[in-house]
Design a protein around this ligand. Structure first.
Ligand SMILES: Cc1cc2nc3c(=O)[nH]c(=O)nc-3n(C[C@H](O)[C@H](O)[C@H](O)COP(=O)(O)OP(=O)(O)OC[C@H]3O[C@@H](n4cnc5c(N)ncnc54)[C@H](O)[C@@H]3O)c2cc1C
Length: 509
């Protein structure tokens, strides 16, 4: 739908009549702030922001958008930093800020260990509530902004680090306002009845699993979701290993895989390169001298590693159990295994607590939101950051090849290779952050080019990205096979025939 055809004023008049003035903001300063992001492609101002207070309000907004041809862009808490923040795909869309007024924790079931939340419930809010209730349950958090939300993150296929790391996988039962304004309940909630008792406990109920349709798409607006929680273990003990050389990644992946395939280690492994850890502790010490034109030198990296007590790669994981003493044999087993390599230096839990970036890892394994990793965004001045998010199979040789390819692309663009491989049994998410000075035209262009080059290189090696910044949604959809693209458009046509919800998101028209 083209914005020129949208009848904006009648749309806002209708919303004003239904939601009142607290339901709309069109103040220029507000529009500027909602358009801000950190990506190379620039900010994108919306034409207004609307604030539903209920599912019925969300239906009202979607129906009015259909009548007046107005493109909407829903956000929950809008902390998608590096991927779009809360700015829309295109300028001129109307932001539907669900989190501002729909921010209630609707239910916490302590016996069955789940919560039901509205879109505005952040990791911090959920954590605070669980602590208030006696800290018996733990949630899986990201290492990103504590004000990020459980629904927005799960819908963008975000993830954490505990056994419940897969935020979509551990979500159960959604309420969705479709593009035609109708409400759909997924899973057991699809039962046409009023007293639903299994909606947020049974994920695979009658019929096709529709929940996945609402991740990384634009087919509906999710207004509530069930989220599964873990019982908080009495003791959490982390372990860490520093490796000296870039090419040690091959051996690290080979060491981690069997420990995850057998589930001996319950958390995922965070395998961070030196800059992913040291980069959150201050600005690149060589930036000013090179004017941002060159990647940090090998000597510069070595000096940072020494001053922060980390390796070229540092591996972190944790065990859960009844007491610290009870976990000692498990820690010893992992330590023996890693130290057989002859290269690993063991960093014990207590020592890691004194190293800022490793404390971030401990927090993630403990379900505690924290801000430490956001320091990465200050590695270069100017606030630019965008995330390149492919993965690799858990095969040491392949992971190392990806490392060499991506490191070279960063260096070719005078940028600093900064990555964390989050390792499960078969697959490692490769979280690459491209930090750049967004005020510097040349650096912005290099960051954009670096992202595109890496996408092409990893596609050539047979891998797709798992999540993408808004700047590249259309580009990545162009990398998909024709029948995938056609299926996505066909579903859009069926669920949102006038294309009012986030047109262009994830490359779906
Ligand atoms: C240093 C750093 C570390 C990070 N670490 C992690 C990490 O460990 N794991 C991780 O997953 N991410 C991480 N991130 C990325 C990101 O910041 C988080 O994923 C954050 O939680 C996403 O923002 P949000 O939860 O506020 O979602 P939102 O911004 O609210 O939503 C994300 C997108 O989903 C769509 N959406 C949101 N709500 C709805 C809805 N109700 N209906 C329909 N569509 C909707 C929208 O298009 C929206 O733009 C990190 C970022 C930084 C900067």
């Amino acid at each position: 739908m083209r914005i020129q055809e949208a009848r904006i004023e009648p749309f806002f008049a209708e919303i004003q009549a239904s939601l009142g003035s607290e339901g709309i903001n069109r103040d220029p300063e507000t529009l500027r702030r909602y358009g801000e992001n950190t990506m190379p492609g620039g900010d994108r101002s919306p034409v207004g922001v609307v604030y539903p207070a209920s599912t019925q309000d969300a239906q009202t907004i979607v129906r009015a958008a259909n009548r007046h041809g107005v493109p909407l862009y829903p956000v929950s808490t809008g902390n998608n930093i590096g991927l779009g923040s809360r700015s829309a795909v295109h300028p001129g869309q109307v932001i539907v800020d669900l989190g501002y007024r729909m921010n209630r924790i609707l239910e916490v079931d302590e016996r069955l260990a789940f919560a039901v939340v509205e879109p505005g419930v952040s990791y911090q809010a959920m954590y605070d509530e669980l602590v208030r209730r006696g800290n018996k349950l733990m949630l899986d958090v990201t290492s990103g902004p504590p004000q990020g939300g459980m629904i927005g993150n799960a819908l963008d296929k975000g993830a954490g680090y505990t056994p419940y790391f897969d935020h979509f996988g551990f979500a159960c039962g959604m309420e969705v306002v479709l593009g035609n304004g109708e409400v759909l309940r997924t899973g057991d909630g699809a039962l046409d009845a009023g007293n639903l008792i299994n909606w947020h406990t049974s994920k695979y109920s009658f019929g096709p699993i529709l929940d996945g349709l609402f991740t990384q798409s634009n087919y509906g607006i999710v207004t509530r979701m069930g989220i599964w929680l873990l019982p908080r273990p009495p003791a959490i003990r982390s372990f860490h290993f520093a490796f000296p050389d870039d090419d040690d990644l091959e051996q690290i992946i080979e060491l981690c895989r069997p420990l995850k395939l057998s589930n001996f280690v319950p958390t995922l492994f965070r395998v961070c390169n030196d800059l992913y850890l040291c980069g959150s502790e201050g600005e690149n010490p060589e930036y000013r001298a090179s004017g941002g034109k060159r990647s940090i030198s090998d000597e510069g990296r070595r000096a940072l590693r020494e001053s922060h007590g980390v390796g070229a790669w540092t591996v972190s994981g944790a065990f859960y159990g009844p007491s610290a003493e009870a976990l000692e044999p498990q820690i010893k087993r992992v330590r023996d295994l890693f130290c057989q390599s002859g290269k690993a230096r063991y960093i014990a839990h207590e020592e890691a607590e004194g190293i800022g970036p490793l404390q971030v890892a401990i927090n993630t394994f403990s379900g505690i939101p924290s801000v430490g990793e956001l320091g990465l965004l200050k590695w270069r001045p100017g606030g630019g950051n965008t995330w390149f998010l492919p993965g690799t199979p858990m095969d040491g040789k392949i992971a190392n090849e990806f490392q060499r390819v991506c490191r070279k692309v960063y260096e070719d663009h005078g940028l600093d290779y900064t990555v964390m491989n989050v390792c499960g049994p078969r697959f490692a998410r490769g979280l690459h952050v491209i930090t750049f000075n967004r005020e510097d035209e040349d650096e912005r262009r290099r960051a954009d080019d670096c992202y595109r080059r890496m996408s092409e290189e990893v596609a050539r090696l047979g891998v797709f990205v798992g999540r993408a910044p808004l700047d590249y949604h259309e580009f990545h959809m162009g990398q998909a096979m024709a029948s995938f693209r056609e299926a996505c458009s066909g579903i859009k046509q069926a669920l949102d025939p006038n294309g009012v919800i986030a047109p262009g998101r994830y490359g779906i028209g």
